[in-house]
Unconditional design. Structure first.
Ligand code: SAH
Ligand code: SF4
Length: 360
């Protein structure tokens, strides 16, 4: 016999941030059979219900308990934009008025959704628009689940992949993010395959080690973005704490513990900063024997950010050196460049329009 010891706080707890054990505890607290936790889980995470009263297959007693003690988060969509290539960007307003972006990206017949994990970001990378306003707050698990709900609602096709590559540093919001990943990959919940969920980090080494210990069910992507500590220090301040050698040692630990896991290395190409032949060669040496895939991200320009996108020929030449060394390297155009699809751009544009007194 199992006993569940979660206490249910008196304020309205969002159901869409609860894992299965918490749903079981709710059934216990409401005095109904825990068998109803299955229907509750399906209603929340499979059918993305937004109305507790409408979950018809739950006993009345449970529904009235849920209405009294819980809520279902559903952020308002305050702006959308759609690019010629089908990429859709949504700006979502949370209950406290804070806004984050989520992006739906079509490709290879599948839809990928890019999830934000924080409002803003504290890491301060100099090429990133999200960094410019600093960190406002962490998102809750329920708010991350609600992003998926909003994406699913607006799109006719089912989202197949989740990438935690939107606004924020996922490993700065470890607990809420980890609960989200577990809910997302619960086979009886949102049921994403762990191979189709990818977390991207700027390289917070202790939290990466925790991810290894916790066997977090998702893939790892690391934003390397430079091949020398001097350059990485200058564009990603986090490097001063966790320099390249330590970061890549941690990636090697992850690979050895997780077995055949292929880690994705992201590399933003900034003209004249990190895109030279010598950089490409150093990158090959740094990644030798690791079996990583490299995503090359030509810088997505935005007025005010002091960088340039390299010429297409420079991007191809950089990639060719990696391929020659046996590294799988893919150039990822920021999808929907006509709608400014790099993270933080829709939000910045809407803010500017609001400031100018125009309707968002
Ligand atoms: N904070 C996490 C995840 C969000 S950023 C991280 O840094 O990994 C997701 C990716 O977008 C990172 O690889 C980052 O380097 C990249 N990125 C940020 N701004 C960009 C820009 N202007 N152009 C191209 N890629 C950018
Ligand atoms: Fe934060 Fe990632 Fe942007 Fe760096 S690139 S500021 S870690 S969101």
């Amino acid at each position: 016999m199992r006993f569940f010891v979660y206490s249910i706080p008196m304020q309205l707890t969002p159901l869409n941030g609860m894992d299965y054990d918490q749903l079981l505890a709710l059934c216990n607290a409401a005095g109904v059979s825990t068998a109803h936790a299955d229907s509750l889980r399906a209603a929340i995470f499979r059918y993305y219900s937004t109305d507790i009263a409408a979950i018809a297959d739950l006993p009345l007693r449970l529904r009235s308990y849920l209405r009294e003690h819980t809520t279902l988060l559903e952020p308002a969509c305050t702006a959308t934009s759609e690019a010629a290539d089908g990429t859709q960007k949504l700006l979502l307003r949370m209950a406290d008025g804070k806004e984050v972006e989520t992006v739906l990206i079509p490709g290879n017949g599948r839809l990928t959704q890019c999830i934000s994990t924080q409002v803003g970001c504290a890491v301060g990378c100099t090429f990133c628009l999200t960094a410019t306003a600093g960190l406002t707050r962490n998102l809750s698990t329920a708010e991350m689940v609600a992003e998926v709900m909003a994406g699913q609602r607006i799109s006719e096709r089912q989202v197949r992949n989740l990438v935690l590559m939107g606004m924020g540093e996922p490993l700065h919001n470890y607990d809420a993010m980890a609960q989200f990943v577990r809910i997302a990959t619960d086979p009886k919940g949102m049921a994403f395959s762990p191979n189709r969920v990818t977390l991207s980090t700027s390289g917070l080494v202790p939290a990466m080690q925790r991810m290894i210990r916790d066997e977090l069910p998702c893939n790892l992507a690391v934003s390397l973005n430079a091949t020398t500590d001097a350059v990485r220090d200058s564009i990603m301040p986090i490097n001063r704490k966790y320099p390249i050698a330590l970061l890549l040692d941690t990636v090697r630990d992850y690979i050895s513990v997780r077995g055949n896991k292929r880690v994705l290395i992201e590399y933003v190409l900034l003209a004249g900063i990190n895109d030279t032949t010598a950089d490409a060669e150093r990158l090959c040496a740094l990644l030798a024997g690791m079996g990583c895939t490299v995503n090359l991200l030509p810088f997505n320009t935005y007025p005010g950010l002091p960088f340039d996108r390299p010429a297409d020929t420079a991007v191809s030449a950089f990639r060719a050196i990696l391929v020659e060394a046996g590294i799988i390297a893919v150039v990822r155009e920021s999808k929907g460049r006509d709608i400014a699809a790099a993270c933080g751009q829709l939000k910045t544009e809407v803010m500017q329009r609001r400031k100018a007194g125009l309707q968002a």
